[in-house]
Write a protein that binds this ligand. Sequence first.
Ligand SMILES: Nc1ncnc2c1ncn2[C@@H]1O[C@H](COP(=O)(O)OP(=O)(O)OP(=O)(O)O)[C@@H](O)[C@H]1O
Length: 244
Amino acid sequence: MSENTKKSDKATVLECRQLSSGYDDATVIDNINIQITEGQVFGILGKNGMGKSTLLKTIMGFLKPINGEIYYADQPIGGLEPQVLARRGIAYIPQEAAIFQDLTVEENLRLGLPSDRLLPSGMEKVAAYFPIIPQRRKQFAGTLSGGEQKMLLMARALMSDPKLMLVDEISEGLQPTMVENITQVLGQVAAKENTSVLLVEQNVRLVTRVAHSVALLEIGRIVQEMQLDDGADNELALTEMMRV
Ligand SMILES: Nc1ncnc2c1ncn2[C@@H]1O[C@H](COP(=O)(O)OP(=O)(O)OP(=O)(O)O)[C@@H](O)[C@H]1O
């Protein structure tokens, strides 16, 4: 049975068809085709400047596609505003720590919710993945460590019960133990909540540990795509590919 046949029993959550995007006249991502099913973790590996953030910003509506289409839950979403997509269940975790430093952890979390009434159940959900977050609810977010700030970003995304999470280089600048923790949470979220995750990264180890499929992005184009087989030495193979 081909991989495509195997994938077809799960609903497609995100599909990019011949997607191109960029800034002003400069095309940065070019003719991208990806398909992500429910509960699937899809990793995109690429070095600096290859277009990883541009791809996520385009899917999230911060940039308008130059060409091609984006479908989310079978509906075209290309060009819709980020807040519309957030309400429909897409959570975006940007590369920069986009938290409000002068607000408490709890106040930051509230901002991700349509109503304060959802805070207790949201906090309960977050506690299962990041116990430290409820413990620090009264602490100013700006006083959290870099890793804890990334946890807060993920916690805020999780509280909105997303169907799809777009995660931009979450491992950047983090200690290996923190990367390990976040990797485990991403895997658990996909498995338990059936959330799909599109992860763009330079960290081959993280992607190999958690992703079901991986694509290699080079200068805005996907040059290789593979399913990650359990047991195979995917980390070594992907590290070699990244080096080329
Ligand atoms: N606002 C912008 N205006 C013009 N060009 C931009 C802008 N942001 C990014 N670029 C260019 O687009 C290309 C891809 O950048 P992008 O940030 O998508 O790459 P990346 O793979 O996420 O890299 P990194 O890992 O360094 O964040 C780069 O050449 C970059 O200089």
